[in-house]
Structure formats: C-alpha cells, structure tokens
Design a protein around this ligand. Structure first.
Ligand SMILES: [Zn+2]
Length: 467
C-alpha cells in the first residue's frame, strides 16, 4: 500500500553536502536490465483472481538463477492462487548477525482498462513518467530490490550477513501470503529485522525542487472495523412506540461523535512532530513543537486534533463510516447497524478500544461485532545501523535530506512482521508530487527520474547495511 508521505514546505540550503559523483539515471549499471524487469512486472496482471503472481515469481526466480544464485536459495512457494518469492543472498557470516529481510509485494490492485487512458498492463514511458498499474505500487519496489541483488552478485559483493528477499503475493487483499512468509516459511525468512520496499520516500513540492523530508515508516496503527447493532421488536409505523432502533443507534453515535480518545504518543511520534514543526508554518507548526516537548498541552492537542492530517498521530480514532437500518417505509425498524472504522494507536489494543466504544456509546442493548482478524503491532524501535545506511542511500538522490520517522495508518506487509516480533522499517524511495500519486487509482504513474534514482537507492542501502 502506498502510504501518505510526509508533506511540508521545501527546505532551502539542502545542498550543503557535495554531490555523490556516481553515474545517475539511465547510465547506472543494470539500468537496462531493471527496465526490462519493470516492464515484465507491470505487464504481468497480478491483481487478485488472475492467478498470475506465480508467473511473475517464476520469472524473477529465473533472473536470480541466471545471475548465479544457487537453486537451493531460491524458493517460489504457492499460497492459494498466489505465491511468495524467497531468495537468500548468502553472506560470509563475518558480522555474526542474523539475516536482514527485504519485503515488497508482487500483486497489484485491479485496474479496469476501459477507465484508463492507456492499457494499465502495458508499460508506457511518456512525458517523463512511466504509466501502468503497479508502476508506483509496488512493482518499483520489486524491480529495485531485485536489480540490487543482481548487481551486487554480478559485482562479486559478499555481505557480512545473509540478506533475504521476502516478496508477498496478496498484500493488497488478504495478506495470507504475508502471514505465510512470517509463519509457515519462517525457517527461510527468519531475520533480525525487515526493510520494507513498499513505503518510504518523500513528497515532491508542486512548485518543483527537492522534497521536505524523507519519511521512514517505523510503525503502523491497527486497522479494525466494528459493527454496532441495535435490535427492536418493531411494529407498524402508524403506532410508534417509546423505543426505536434507529433513534437509539443515532443517540449512541452522537456520543461517539463528541468523544476524543485518550491522547497517545511515543518516541517516534514526538520525533516526527519536532522535525515536522520546523517546516510547518503558523499555529499548526507551533502546536507540533509544543506537543513534542509537552504532549499534555491542551492547546497543542486541540490544534492538532482539528487537522485531519494529524488527528490520527495523537491517538486512536474511530469514526462511523456506513449505516444500515429498517426494512420498509411503513414499519418500525427491527434493527439498525452502524459500521465504525478505527485506527488504533500502537500499544492501545483492539480489546481496550472496543471497551471504550461500549462505554462511550452507553447503551447496553447495542451488539458489537469485530470484523475480520485485526493484527496489532507495536512501533519498531529506531536503529542506528538502519539510519546510517539509509542516510547514505538518501544522499545519492537528495544529499542532506532530513530523515523523519513516521507512523502510517495501517496496511503494509510490515505489520505482520512486527506482530511476529520482527521490526520493520519502510525505507523505500518513492519521490513524487502529491498531484501525480495515483496508487490504487486511475492512470498510475511514476516519474522516470524516481525509477532510476530508486535503483541506486536500494543498491547503496543494501550494500551499506550488510558490508
Ligand atoms: Zn503497496
């Protein structure tokens, strides 16, 4: 899933570091190979229901074989109609450390060709962009990580610890394959931590120039949906009674509307606010700075809660999203159901959130149902080695760009690794303008420059973290 990146005003005086004097763009090693992989990946229709993920996994497996990876280190494992790809890059063990996994997803969200300007499953380069489903989410990640492995192998690079590619095949839908990577195939993927090639990077300002910051995803909120139902014997609408399922539910929902969940914070969100404050003008910036030093400050909390971009960063949110009730225009309703979607702050938990909902909505007659099987995760502690390697990688594209830890609203492979006790860091290199970001939507695209920059980013990141 392509998460909201970190917005902000452009920073001046960025270019204090000397520029990395390596080749860039199409001149970098393996650029042509990468473009071919990208084209094949985009043109393989890996949306749910088409059964094509194994084709893509096998195609990539062939590339690793051709580059000299031994067969026993390359695994395409079927998971229902989809598949996972696991590739181990053996190190010399000199660091004495556990492996590092790199995650990305081979599937895409469905795209209807009739709605697109061009065929979504053809890679088209036009006006400085690559167009096609997955160009942004996440066939860029698949391509950049694969190409980095091929280049490192060809150059004879030997890591000081094993590196493991762990590509999932249904991240956009069930994440069954992600769970399989973490549990069923744990003997092949067990690692100290994960680098996620599906989230990370920065928003390019609409007016041009470098991004304001690089967002490093180190936490996700828990996504959970509840249904709240009021039942009633009903009756004829000409004979209203003292109780009514719709009125009872409406009364309870008005209480939820007026309620603010407890304020939460952790090291990561406080760092995020103190960094972002510097580039955010007006009261909002002041509130961020204040909250970062005193997260109990009432004015700061109130100001941040008023902004839809930040209300979720200061605590759990739950909001009514769907409504259903009654069965005939001339009958008293026998039931009324509201769908309530929550984004739970790390550490708060689903059970506690549900208990709070029950207390707040204050009607013992309401039946609550939890939809699906929510995955609860804690924030991943920031690591100096990840930050140091990421620093070098980011500097190849935007020297000196500030790296800001972030928490996304939930929904990447990272959450299943975190839930299993393996920290995950979203360190991908997507740089795009907000007005060009159409992940999951129509006419998805990626700036050509970002494509080639991403290849260098992953090559530097992986060689630095494992040298
Ligand atoms: Zn994605």
């Amino acid at each position: 899933m392509f998460k909201k990146l970190l917005a902000g005003a452009a920073v001046s005086a960025l270019l204090t570091h000397s520029l990395f004097a390596a080749p860039t763009g199409k001149d970098i090693p393996f650029a042509a190979e990468a473009r071919e992989i990208y084209k094949t990946a985009v043109e393989t229709h890996t949306a749910k229901g088409h059964g094509k993920v194994p084709d893509l996994a096998n195609y990539l497996a062939g590339k690793f074989k051709a580059a000299g990876f031994p067969e026993e280190d390359i695994h395409v494992k079927p998971v229902g109609e989809t598949a996972v790809l696991i590739v181990r890059y053996r190190g010399d063990g000199s660091s004495g450390k556990k492996p590092i996994s790199i995650s990305a997803h081979m599937d895409v969200v469905e795209a209807l060709a009739s709605d697109w300007v061009n065929d979504p499953f053809k890679l088209i380069e036009k006006d400085g962009f690559f167009f096609g489903r997955g160009t942004l989410d996440d066939k860029l990640g698949i391509t950049a990580v694969t190409t980095a492995f091929l280049r490192m192998k060809t150059e004879g690079f030997v890591p000081s610890r094993d590196l493991i590619i762990a590509f999932s095949g249904d991240e956009e839908t069930g994440m069954i394959s992600t769970k399989a990577l973490v549990h069923e195939f744990r003997d092949l993927t067990d690692s100290e931590f994960v680098l996620n090639a599906d989230v990370g990077g920065g928003l390019l300002p609409e007016e041009g120039g470098p991004p304001a910051s690089f967002g490093l995803q180190a936490a996700e909120k828990t996504y959970v949906t509840f249904e709240a139902t009021v039942r009633n014997p009903g009756g004829h609408s000409s004979r209203p009674t003292g109780t009514n399922a719709i009125y009872d539910l409406a009364t309870a929902l008005k209480k939820l509307e007026a309620y603010n969940f407890t304020v939460n914070y952790n090291d990561l969100t406080l760092k995020y606010f103190s960094s972002t404050a510097k580039k955010t003008p007006g009261d909002l910036g002041k509130a961020m700075a204040k909250f970062a030093t005193d997260p109990t400050d009432e004015w700061a909390i109130k100001t941040l809660r008023k902004d839809p971009s930040f209300v979720g960063t200061v605590g759990t949110t739950c909001v009514a999203t769907m409504l259903q009730g009654g069965h005939a225009e001339n009958a008293l309703p026998q039931s009324a159901t509201a769908t309530i979607n929550c984004r739970i702050f790390p550490g708060e938990g689903v059970a506690k959130t549900l208990a709070t909902l029950k207390t707040v909505m204050a009607n013992e007659e309401i039946e609550f149902v939890t939809l699906g099987d929510p995955t609860e995760t804690d924030a991943s502690p920031l690591r100096d080695d990840v930050l140091a390697a990421l620093r070098k990688a980011v500097d190849t594209t935007y020297p000196g760009l500030e790296i800001v830890p972030s928490m996304s609203s939930g929904g990447t492979d990272g959450m299943h690794f975190r839930a299993a006790g393996i920290p995950s860091y979203g360190v991908h290199s997507v740089y795009i303008k907000s007005s060009d970001a159409f992940a999951h939507g129509l006419n998805e695209r990626l700036p050509v420059k970002t494509f080639y920059d991403s290849l260098t980013h992953w090559y530097v990141l992986l060689t630095e973290i494992s040298k």
